[in-house]
Design a protein around this ligand. Sequence first.
Ligand SMILES: [Fe+2]
Length: 135
Amino acid sequence: MEKILWGENFSVGVRVLDEQHKQIVTIVNTLIEMSDAKIGSEIISDTLTKMTQYAINHFSKEEEYMLKYEYPEYLMQKKRHSEFKKKTVDFCMETMAHKETAPTEIFAYLKSWWTNHILQEDMKYKTFFNERGLR
Ligand SMILES: [Fe+2]
């Protein structure tokens, strides 16, 4: 599977959120590499857990800004964040339950979810936050 290629088009215009996105993309890319290398489920599940922790931290930062600046799509974003958290926890459990490698479906989901999250969902707040002085 191709890794996520970070480019300027991934910038949501808020430095701290860009940094968090970059770290998460790096972890997702590590997972993609692992899936190609057929790494055992234990290390994959540890890496999934790490990604989930980074994601939870990131979502709370985003939601904090959204509340502070009264972002109109706050509730929709919050709902998507919770769905993601639930799904990755399920993935972690499934992966731990398997002795062999984790299913490719997990990595495909993570790749498409994060790409869509940054390029579609988060990109919508770029102008909104920038206009309110958040960069
Ligand atoms: Fe985000």
